[in-house]
Design a binder for this molecule. Structure first.
Ligand code: ACO
Length: 429
């Protein structure tokens, strides 16, 4: 293994220390580079920049590996559940039976929202995007728990973790109910995490609603798959905002906004809208593949490509299997799924996609399952956010507890005007 890196610039050189990870990854430590040489590094989109060390999630984009705290995602999907995975991510180890029971009880006890929070929903237009509501209500939690938001107080952190995990399904379900004008359904703590969420989403006071155990299980699996993905855009946002010692609700609310973007979590909504578009345009898959390849068009095949995975996205493979199972169990013959299969087939053989290593990502199939489960398209990214909550919390907690954490503050290279004199308005042409 290399011991140090040497930088040669002009007629000077300097040694830069290397940092080694447990999976043999190496980083050049440039923390003292500017102080010693006047140079900063430039890396648009931080594509090759490590902003922290982390012991939570390992992923190898070339080999398609994803592990939470050392456990393969396939192993967790087969044997674990979302509550246990949340505990694992946040506290570092799989829980004992009593630990998971206590964790579950603590989360269960905080599922209700303060009644005054309900009126916040009335302030928004009926067609407000649920991601806007989610972010805003999560941030508003900091106003309801002002006596417990100190990010440096372990007791405050402990209870905020329970509150966030417990309340996010309730906040999400209320956003949906608001959009369709139905009464909000209170949480039922006797139900599992996912069954409770499904009940709050789809039951109405006038009728009995039975949660389908297969849907409950599939949703639990989808949440596990989304639970963490190391330093992606929303997680980096959570760390960045948290590094200023803003409270956890504020930091995670910012992460929700980052997730909303169509290039990130918002892609699952965009995938379905794209499939619908192709369907309405006479199933012309080839036309859209060609459009995605056209340099003069802004169109991209949504659900394809990933910043890190350049071989395959292991989450997409697991989802694909679940998707087939859920759809056949429910007897759903969705023409959009056929289009998705065709797109996948064409794109995986097309030299453009092969050369650029553009494979279906996690969002490609998740939207189709969510649709089959009865979720409206606007809720897809919200579902991603519910799944990602333990990851954001774990990353925030690790950042706060690390002695290496400093406020996030990148450098820049200024490319604007040099100094010039102010021109009064009457002298400007
Ligand atoms: N369709 C067509 N071409 C694509 C696509 C796509 N989906 N994705 C990338 N490309 C092309 C780009 O045009 C670029 O071509 P060029 O080198 O000729 O200029 C090349 O592939 C590299 O693309 P970048 O945008 O530079 O790659 P980057 O790593 O910055 O972006 C991203 C990754 C944002 C995921 C991108 O692949 C994309 O926009 N995909 C569609 C949106 C999507 O599915 N997002 C979800 C990501 S997964 C998640 O967040 C959970």
């Amino acid at each position: 293994m290399v011991k140090k890196a040497q930088l040669i610039y002009d007629d000077k050189s300097m040694d830069l220390p290397l940092i080694n990870g447990t999976e043999n990854e190496q980083a050049v430590d440039i923390a003292k580079l500017r102080a010693q040489s006047g140079l900063v590094t430039m890396d648009h989109g931080y594509a090759n920049t490590g902003a922290c060390t982390s012991a939570i999630t390992f992923l190898d984009g070339e080999q398609g590996i994803l592990r939470y705290r050392g456990y393969n995602i396939q192993d967790l999907c087969e044997n674990s559940n979302f509550m246990e995975v949340s505990y694992l991510l946040i506290y570092g180890e799989l829980p004992s039976p009593s630990q998971v029971e206590e964790f579950r009880n603590n989360i269960t006890r905080h599922t209700m929202l303060h009644e005054s929070l309900r009126s916040l929903y009335d302030a928004y237009p009926r067609d407000a995007h649920p991601m806007a509501l989610l972010s805003s209500v999560v941030c508003s939690l900091s106003t309801f728990y002002q006596d417990a938001i100190d990010p440096l107080n372990p007791e405050h952190v402990k209870i905020s973790i329970f509150r966030l995990l417990a309340k996010i399904p309730t906040i999400a379900a209320y956003s949906y109910k608001k959009s369709i004008g139905q009464p909000f359904i209170y949480p039922i703590n006797a139900l599992s995490y996912c069954a409770n969420f499904l009940n709050m989403m789809f039951s109405v006071p006038a009728e009995h609603y039975e949660v389908d155990p297969d849907i409950e299980k599939a949703l639990d699996l989808l949440f596990i798959l989304h639970a963490d993905h190391e330093q992606n855009c929303s997680t980096s946002t959570v760390r960045m905002v948290g590094s200023s010692h803003a409270n956890m609700f504020a930091a995670i609310s910012a992460g929700i906004c980052a997730l909303w973007g169509p290039l990130h979590g918002g892609a699952n909504q965009e995938v379905l809208e794209m499939l619908q578009l192709i369907y309405e345009d006479g199933n012309n898959v080839k036309k859209y593949v060609e459009k995605a390849k056209d340099k003069n068009s802004n169109f991209r095949l949504m659900g394809f490509g990933h910043r890190v995975y350049k071989n395959f996205d292991p989450r997409a493979q697991i989802i694909k299997k679940t998707c087939d199972k859920v759809l056949s169990k429910m007897g759903i013959n969705d023409p959009l799924l056929d289009i998705a299969h065709q797109l996948e087939e064409v794109a995986l053989k097309d030299p453009y996609f092969v050369e650029k290593k553009l494979y279906p990502n996690v969002d490609f199939y998740s939207g189709i399952i969510y649709k089959a489960m009865g979720f409206p398209v606007e809720m897809f990214t919200v579902l991603f956010a519910i799944g990602r909550m333990p990851g954001w919390i774990a990353q925030w907690k690790e950042m706060m507890e690390s002695k290496d954490t400093r406020i996030g503050r990148p450098r820049q290279i200024y490319t604007g005007q040099n100094q010039r004199k102010y021109v009064p308005i009457h002298k400007r042409s």
